[in-house]
Design a protein around this ligand. Structure first.
Ligand code: FE2
Length: 494
């Protein structure tokens, strides 16, 4: 779904990544007889050269409204506005550029005024930015990251800094607010802002509704479902190498396979998806990512999508971390249900003395000792085990086998999902670990080679596909599916 904003001015290449937001305004009401409680946690954020946005927590249930007061340095507070009960934000517009303003808020009703909230201040943007600040509204997202049984992180992207607020709750009435941060990211000549908010205190396996408050607007309703408690069944999907055959700068990309796979994956209604790397053909080119997200925008926004860095994605780390919410070096992990998922960067040093290797060893060791975690899964682009002839001499492939495979065995990893070679392959357990190559996501297929090349190969095929994993209390089922959804390989693990 691609939606252009009113007044949107496509000034940068990333401006094409615009989707999914439909804005509306909201308000509420209430009253009572005792003096209301003091509004708390007042915060002020300049969003342009002429506007500062306020947010606070409504701590009372009997106010008639709130009074907003403002002053400049050295001046006296003046009343700016009275606003309705239950509001927790205010946009103060028409300010002078490059000025610091101070604010305080109180709640009132027929019994009187509350004490003032805390004082806060913020400075409007420099006057030189006046023209560019007021002209465009670029928004992309939202993307879900790190969805656990009681929390999630939501990211979205804008071309200027603004409020970073998510309203959320169990219904579309929301009722809770969470505040986050906005960080500037640069790719090539493009700058954009990544807005990140974490919401917590949720119940396992429940839907949360949310909407984003950004650039003075509220988004449409979105939702996500928290992870199950350990022991409950769930499903995830893996595919990789979904990139087009050629850079988008050279040829009109053919994404028919990727689109077909996304369509079938959507039908399988997974709890989340992991892409095993090579999302794009040429990572440093912003146009590649514009294209990738235009394809991904047809996939439901309530299904978390976790990226693995592939060799073709290198140079686009800022986009991956900025849009998906991963750490900058794109190695990370999360718990889901009874399992722990660890994503490794094949293109950052993972030799035994490296920072990443030591993190990985600690991450796996910690996870298996965590209460409720009984299964470990690892994901990386360069395969430790693949019997197809392509890429067998890659340094990362040899290092994965020499450095990482022994660690996976030592730590009791159940399955390792890989990409890079554009085939499907499932091994028997090798030193206790099953290795899957899931590289048939859309890039030109490779030759799988003879079936009996290696004794540990259980099955392999050169085919476009994705892999479905269902986790039950006492076993795991694997189904490899063609791009039309048909199962062509399956296995059970107890
Ligand atoms: Fe690759």
């Amino acid at each position: 779904m691609i939606q252009s904003q009113k007044n949107f001015r496509p000034g940068v290449a990333l401006g094409a990544i615009v989707m999914a937001f439909f804005f509306s305004d909201g308000c509420g009401g209430g009253n009572g007889s005792a003096v209301p409680a003091i509004p708390s946690a007042l915060r002020a954020t300049a969003v342009s050269c002429s506007e500062i946005d306020l947010g606070w927590i409504d701590s009372s249930d009997n106010e008639v409204g709130f009074k907003i007061e403002r002053k400049k340095s050295g001046g006296d507070y003046i009343l700016v506005n009275n606003i309705l009960a239950n509001e927790e934000s205010y946009q103060d517009k028409g300010l002078d550029c490059e000025n610091t303003y101070y604010y305080r808020v109180l709640a009132f009703n027929g019994a009187g005024d509350s004490e003032y909230s805390n004082d806060v201040s913020s400075a409007t943007y420099p006057c030189s930015q006046m023209e560019s600040q007021e002209s465009s509204q670029l928004i992309a997202g939202p993307f879900l990251f790190g969805v656990t049984k009681d929390s999630a992180t939501i990211t979205w992207q804008t071309d200027r800094k603004g409020r970073v607020v998510v309203e959320y709750g169990s219904t579309e009435s929301y009722g809770k607010q969470a505040y986050g941060q906005s960080n500037r990211v640069t790719l090539g000549t493009n700058d954009f802002y990544v807005n990140t908010v974490s919401v917590g205190g949720l119940e396992p396996r429940t839907w949360t509704h949310y909407r984003i408050v950004s650039l003075n607007r509220r988004s449409q309703d979105f939702s996500f479902r928290t992870a199950p408690a350990p022991g409950d069944e769930y499903r995830f999907l893996v595919y990789g190498d979904s990139r087009p055959a050629q850079p988008v700068s050279l040829a009109a990309p053919d994404d028919s396979v990727h689109q077909a796979i996304l369509s079938k994956m959507k039908e399988r209604n997974p709890d989340f998806v992991i892409n095993a790397g090579d999302l794009v053909e040429a990572g440093p080119d912003p146009a590649e990512w514009v294209h990738f997200f235009s394809i991904l925008s047809f996939f439901p926004s309530d299904i978390p999508y976790y990226p693995v860095l592939g060799n073709h994605d290198q140079g686009g780390e800022s986009i991956i971390s900025g849009f998906f919410g991963t750490p900058p070096d794109v190695y990370y992990s999360f718990d889901y249900g009874d399992s722990h998922f660890t994503i490794i960067n094949s293109y950052l040093d993972f030799s035994p003395q490296s920072v990443q290797y030591r993190w990985l060893a600690q991450d796996l060791s910690d996870a298996k000792q965590r209460e409720g975690i009984t299964r470990l899964f690892a994901f990386m682009h360069a395969p430790a085990y693949c019997s197809a002839p392509e890429h067998t001499d890659d340094q990362e492939v040899r290092n994965a086998k020499d450095y990482l495979a022994p660690l996976f065995t030592d730590q009791g990893v159940r399955m390792v999902f890989q990409g890079h070679v554009h085939v499907y392959e499932r091994t028997e357990a090798i030193n206790g670990v099953v290795y899957i190559v899931a590289g048939g996501g859309g890039a030109p297929l490779h030759d799988a080679g003879p079936l009996n090349t290696q004794s540990w190969t259980a099955y392999k095929e050169s085919a476009n596909h994705f892999v479905e994993i269902n986790l039950w209390a006492d076993h795991i089922t694997l189904e490899a599916r063609y791009k039309d959804g048909t199962v062509f390989d399956n296995a059970n693990y107890y």
